[in-house]
Design a protein around this ligand. Structure first.
Ligand code: CU
Length: 493
């Protein structure tokens, strides 16, 4: 029905226009061609003027009506300090271009009206005017200079790499995700080497660089409000783009060429949400969380702004701006990538044969609790689960000494304790071989305690039991593993 009405309107309008044309034709014949042409010129000039007024009023009205859709207005206020200067730059450019836009349109239509064709009026022939040329070249040049210099000042403000940042983080892009690295307690990001990238070490962190050992890989970006942050941006495969629109941050992530960006967040996520609450578009229900309004579930985000492949859309990371206390609390809860990625004690770990002080202290405390509770228990056995030997030999592995040191500490703490060091094997191989091996292993621990830890040999007894005292099922791997053990039995205390 609607279609029919529209169709009829179009047809009728066409008929009216045709009839009008015929009337004009007839009038021309009656009044003479020259008069009719002059009338037409006046009418068209007038239409032009009416169009000009409507056009300018409407363009101003739409600009005001859609103001909140523009950067820096309404719900699109910048969340970073430099974002304000970028928005201001846009506004200044918009103001200048708007002035030019209005003036040129007025001139265009005014001239069409004022100098419309009239009988007896001749146009002026003006092949060249140096003064005019100068004016319309110089004015845009001066305005452009002003805009460009303003832009350069803003750019230098954002990109001035003078190392005065409070925090440096690193974002590595790869198809199709971001890896965000924090520097850890030392405040310094460790070096990377692409040749060191493995399944366990996806960033290629060089573990021999101590700065790497406390580096954190976080699953989101958390930043404190009011602190200057330098983001080191790298890529592993193709070109990506580090874009955080609310902070007016956008920088290419280029494989092989680290880039960077500075930003100082100026509002927390919580406060930004509150500022959104007054806009109708954020008062709607969140389709993913019907109990909440859109402004309540709003979050800042890091996106990839480069079409980098089929999974490009998935390159999104949550960005949270919090108070400084909340940031410190969050940071302290994060664990170093070195310890969580599975690198620690693996073959890639240059420190696999030693314990760090903190690790030793933790083990020492654990062993102390275990030892002291055994002194009070009925069964006086402590399994030395961290004491291991090279396969088929009585040579202690380098890490084993730490638990023997733990044991020595406790023996020194409880001078009346006398212990038996008992070594056991599984039931694989000849009985006599196992017996001999377990004997040698018990003695290896004994010797370490006496020679390296100065424990009185009268407090120690080393016994090898071979496979005679199994604690697990010798038919399974796990069981056999359990049976191969070194333990202490407290004989006197
Ligand atoms: Cu990407």
């Amino acid at each position: 029905m609607t279609f029919l009405i529209i169709f009829l309107c179009i047809v009728l309008t066409a008929v009216v226009l045709v009839q009008l044309g015929k009337v004009t034709e007839l009038a021309t014949i009656i009044r003479g061609e020259a008069d009719a042409q002059e009338d037409l010129n006046t009418r068209q000039g007038l239409f032009g003027m009416i169009f000009l007024v409507l056009f300018l009023v409407l363009s101003l009205a739409t600009t005001l009506y859609y103001k909140n859709w523009m950067l820096g207005y309404g719900p699109h206020a910048s969340a970073s300090v430099h974002g304000d200067s970028i928005d201001e730059m846009f506004n200044i450019t918009l103001l200048f271009t708007y002035i030019v836009f209005v003036l040129t349109h007025i001139a265009l239509f005014w001239y069409a009206w004022k100098y419309r064709g009239r009988r007896g009026r001749k146009s002026l022939f003006m092949p060249h005017d140096t003064k005019l040329e100068l004016v319309w070249t110089a004015i845009p040049a001066i305005v452009m200079c002003f805009l460009v210099v303003n832009g350069l000042i803003a750019w230098n403000e954002v990109m001035g790499d003078d190392g005065d940042e409070d925090i440096e983080i690193e974002a590595t892009a790869h198809q199709f995700s971001w890896t965000i690295r924090y520097p850890g307690q030392d405040g310094k990001i460790g070096t990377k080497n692409y040749k060191m990238i493995t399944g366990l070490n996806s960033l290629g962190q060089d573990w021999s660089d101590d700065k790497n050992l406390d580096d954190i890989v976080a699953d989101k970006i958390v930043l404190p409000v009011g602190k200057k942050v330098r983001v080191r941006i790298t890529a592993k495969d193709v070109l990506h783009n580090f874009a955080m629109p609310h902070f007016r941050v956008k920088m290419d992530a280029v494989p092989g060429l680290p880039t960077y960006f500075y930003l100082t967040p100026k509002i927390t996520t919580k406060d930004y949400r509150k500022s959104l609450a007054k806009y109708p578009e954020y008062q709607a229900e969140d389709p993913n969380n019907p109990d909440k309004k859109l402004w309540e579930t709003f979050n800042f985000a890091l996106n990839c702004a480069e079409l980098c492949g089929s999974g490009h859309y998935a390159m999104k990371k949550l960005v949270e701006i919090v108070s400084e206390e909340e940031y410190e609390k969050w940071l302290n809860q994060q664990k170093s990538n070195y310890f969580t990625s599975g690198v620690r004690f693996s073959d890639e770990d240059p420190y696999k044969n030693e314990l760090f002080d903190a690790e030793y202290a933790a083990r020492s405390a654990e062993f102390k609790t275990n030892f002291e509770s055994t002194l009070l228990a009925e069964e006086k056995i402590v399994v030395l689960d961290k004491v291991e030997f090279e396969t088929e030999s009585a040579t202690l592995t380098s890490l084993s000494k730490y638990q023997i040191m733990n044991l020595a500490e406790q023996l020194k703490n409880s001078p009346n304790v006398i212990i038996e060091l008992a070594a056991h094997t599984d039931n694989q191989g000849a009985k006599s071989t196992n017996l001999k091996l377990s004997d040698e292993r018990a003695n290896a621990v004994y010797n370490y305690l006496v020679r390296n830890e100065n424990i009185d040999s009268r407090r120690l007894k080393a016994v090898g039991y071979g496979g005679d005292q199994p604690v697990g099922d010798n038919d399974t791997d796990a069981g056999r593993q359990k049976n191969r053990r070194t333990e202490i039995r407290i004989i006197a205390q």
